[in-house]
Design a protein around this ligand. Structure first.
Ligand SMILES: C[S@@+](CC[C@H](N)C(=O)[O-])C[C@H]1O[C@@H](n2cnc3c(N)ncnc32)[C@H](O)[C@@H]1O
Length: 332
């Protein structure tokens, strides 16, 4: 599989299905990975074969650090499989969603540096299932935080508590070596400034694990027009705390490119992937003032075609999927 990126690349946006790109990226390359996958809408997700993920993990496992190699050994262990079987049996729609997410999360874990951190942005319907599965998959000792992003905007239900928060699960690759520097994080106003000294009021307080932050205003200057755009303010906190200047940041559900915009503003480098042409269009406009950022187009139609052909081969009993052009077709 051709690689779409290496550590000597410029900051980059790749137009592709992420699962076509991820197995070709070198292991342990990213200090921070932020993922904001499409929420489980109840619709059937586009399932992908995990064959390439598993084989690439096997190929790369020798290159992983001792801790990571230990974690990989735990992947697909009996415990995880048992928990997954029990949990997914409750909810067909989540089962389908997890079939989409799982191979991508395993790739994210492989790509995280030993001192790296994964931020997984979910909504309240998915977060609890995902937490249990990720504890079993990555190791409960790697779970760092559950962040609640609370906002207060839009219509409010009258027959239950209006749901106005998202959940961000935070996992570190190595609990003994992860990077975290809260001194660099934007501070926020005290809720009861009368109870602290004027010096403290002037400095502001460190955010906790509950982040009150407005959504991207439909009329504000941050708005790109991309419907699921996340605010710069919440990405800033993550990137400030969990990466250093010059580090690589990855977002392979990039959308409007908020992760890249914040990474660049904070002096980090970034790799963004999205399969939606509209997302790429929005990012081209958003990064127009950053000439160092390059864009790679892949032939998504060719990939879909190759996948359909491979499915046909598999149905004919030829699961190997032909001559290997499947992945090579991805890079234009
Ligand atoms: C919730 S949005 C991300 C929004 C983003 N955080 C922002 O601030 O704009 C999810 C994105 O994932 C993309 N996506 C979904 N499935 C994908 C896949 N298999 N490969 C690449 N991108 C995908 C969608 O096109 C969409 O842009």
């Amino acid at each position: 599989m051709p690689t779409a990126w290496s550590q000597t690349s410029p900051s980059r946006v790749v137009h592709a299905d992420n699962l076509e790109i991820l197995p070709g990226l070198p292991a342990e390359s990213f200090t921070l990975i932020y993922l904001d996958p499409p929420f489980n809408t109840g619709r059937k997700q586009n399932r992908q074969s995990t064959t390439s993920v598993r084989s690439s993990m096997a190929a790369d496992s020798g290159a992983l650090g001792a801790h990571a190699a230990g974690t990989i050994t735990g992947f697909k262990g009996q415990r995880y499989e048992r928990i997954k079987g029990d949990l997914l049996g409750y909810d067909d729609q989540f089962e389908d969603y997890w079939a989409f997410l799982e191979p991508r999360l395993i790739e994210a874990w492989r790509l995280l540096a030993d001192d790296g951190t994964l931020y997984l942005h979910l909504d309240y319907r998915e977060a609890h299932y995902a937490k249990v599965l990720l504890d079993a998959l990555f190791g409960r000792d790697c779970f760092l935080n559950e962040l609640i992003w609370a906002y207060d905007y839009g219509a409010k239900s009258k027959n239950r508590w209006p749901t106005k928060h998202d959940t961000i699960l935070v996992y570190v690759k190595n609990p003994a070596a992860y990077y975290f520097d809260s001194t660099t994080v934007d501070r926020e106003p005290y809720m009861a400034p009368g109870l602290v000294t004027p010096e403290k009021v002037a400095k502001g307080k460190l955010p906790t694990d509950v982040w009150w932050h407005t959504i991207v205003s439909p009329t504000g200057k941050e708005k790109t027009g991309y419907p699921t755009q996340k605010p710069v303010g919440i990405l800033r906190r993550m990137i400030q705390a969990s990466s250093r200047e010059g580090d690589w940041v990855l977002d392979f559900f990039a959308g409007s490119g908020t992760t890249g915009a914040v990474a660049a503003a904070l002096g980090r480098r970034f790799l963004l992937v999205d399969r939606n042409p509209e997302s790429i269009k929005v990012m081209r406009a958003r990064f127009a003032a950053l000439p160092e950022v390059d864009f790679i187009e892949t032939d998504i139609d060719a990939v879909a075609h190759a996948e359909a052909a491979a499915d046909g081969d598999a149905a004919d009993g030829n699961a190997a999927g032909g001559d290997g052009t499947h992945a090579a077709a991805a890079i234009a």
